[in-house]
Design a protein around this ligand. Structure first.
Ligand SMILES: Cc1ncc(COP(=O)(O)O)c(C=O)c1O
Length: 410
């Protein structure tokens, strides 16, 4: 994606209904609201920067065991059959890897998809049909909402992690699918999984849990939060992006072997988009073994999350929405959030700006994602930077700070 603000060279011959939408982006949002700066275009990162905008939570990129496995697979490749997963035969390398990853998560079988997005869209689309209610936490990932749309199902939202509201919605709309993230991607909050399982069972619903941000980082040997709570047999499907702790490009769905056969012939992303390549499978094969043995990295990640949340809280930042390795600093309006991101960059701290459609319109934030490799000096630099910029960033008047003050008054 180019961040340059184009001067209408191309939209000139676009029809009005397109150029009006592009004007909303380039003119109304970027030029007028953000003073000509793109929310996601950061300055070149100096070598000393503390980069907190990626999701390689356990620092797997460049890990010799994984790179070696991938190189070996590329060098011994006999040429790949580029085709959709529906044609894969039993016993193929992909099917073997799918079982290995499923067993790692305590499931019978599984399906690798091209991405977490494709896994979620494909799964919801094969389960829900026109008119079937799909109950989504308001903060559930966009790919899950896209699956509902693709199914022509009925989206029914409930307030974030609010089980009373979910219960009310269930009473109103009846049996369907309940869809949540285990660990939410904008603020590091955790779903009340045990309560969700009970509600699903009591109301005859299926439960889908997206473990993108908890697979590898949480649970026994990294098996995720559902496994950590002993709920693997009571959650119908778990999905995950493998572009987070697994540091590759793919998505995954746990399921039974019986469901897998149905999915491969029904899911549009499985039918109409080609499957993974051999060297991608080799990476994940090695990653499962590496991650299973990475207790020390997991412990370091959790230590960093606890320490940083505590220190930021003491400085007056409202980080109370979440508890885990994703930390949201939420000024609210986009211009304020852009200013915060740039202030942090001036101190060598690089976070990612999240704004609509990833957040509600006036709840934009800078997301800091931690990783296991951060050292003491880097953690101290993050805290020092957040301390130094409080006045200039106008922390006192952020919407999240006002929420915190309100909570203190209650
Ligand atoms: C919770 C969640 N689910 C799914 C996805 C999509 O994953 P991928 O990037 O592999 O398509 C993401 C990525 O942003 C995510 O955060």
């Amino acid at each position: 994606m180019t961040h340059a603000i184009a001067q209408h060279q191309f939209p000139a011959h676009f029809p009005d209904f397109v150029s009006r939408r592009m004007d909303l982006h380039y003119v109304t949002r970027i030029a007028e609201l953000l003073g000509g700066e793109h929310p996601h275009a950061w300055q070149p990162t100096p070598a000393s920067a503390v980069f907190l905008a990626g999701n390689d939570y356990l620092c797997l990129a460049g890990e010799p065991a994984l790179v070696g496995a991938q190189v070996k697979a590329l060098q011994s490749s006999q040429g790949e059959l580029l085709m959709s997963a529906v044609y894969l035969q039993e016993g193929s390398a992909q099917h073997q890897l799918e079982r290995k990853l499923a067993h790692f998560m305590g499931a019978e079988d599984g399906i690798l998809a091209q991405s977490g997005w494709a896994a979620n869209v494909g799964l919801v689309q094969t389960l829900a049909g026109p008119g079937i209610p799909v109950y989504l936490d308001m903060q559930a990932h966009a790919s899950l909402w896209e699956g509902v749309q693709s199914a022509g199902a009925l989206p029914v939202s409930f307030l974030h992690n609010d089980m009373e509201h979910l219960q009310k919605q269930l009473q109103r709309h009846g049996r369907g699918l309940i869809v949540v993230d285990a660990l939410y991607s904008t603020n590091g909050s955790v779903a009340p999984l045990a309560e969700l399982v009970q509600l699903a069972e009591r109301n005859g619903c299926m439960l889908i849990v997206d473990e993108s941000h908890s697979l590898g980082t949480h649970g026994p040997r990294g098996a995720g939060l559902v496994a950590a709570l002993g709920l693997s047999d009571r959650v119908h499907f778990r999905t995950a992006s493998l572009a987070k702790a697994f540091a590759g490009r793919a998505g995954f769905i746990t399921c039974s072997s019986y469901f897998k056969g149905y999915f491969l012939s029904e899911s549009r992303p499985a039918i109409f988009s080609s499957c993974l390549l051999g060297h991608e499978l080799a990476w994940f094969d090695a990653a499962i073994d590496f991650i299973a043995a990475a207790d020390e990295r997991r412990a370091a990640l959790h230590r960093h999350s606890r320490a940083l949340r505590e220190e930021l809280g003491a400085l007056g930042y409202n980080v109370s929405d979440g508890t885990e390795q994703i930390i949201a600093l939420e000024p609210g309006p986009e211009p304020k959030t852009l200013a915060l991101r740039k202030l942090l960059e001036r101190h060598g701290i690089y976070g990612a700006m999240f704004c609509a459609p990833a957040t509600p319109k006036n709840r934009s934030l800078v997301r800091l994602t931690l990783n296991s490799g951060l050292d003491r000096a880097q953690l101290a630099r993050i805290v020092d930077a957040c301390d130094a910029i409080r006045g200039e960033a106008d922390l006192d008047n952020w919407s999240s700070t006002r929420r915190l003050r309100k909570l203190a008054l209650v």
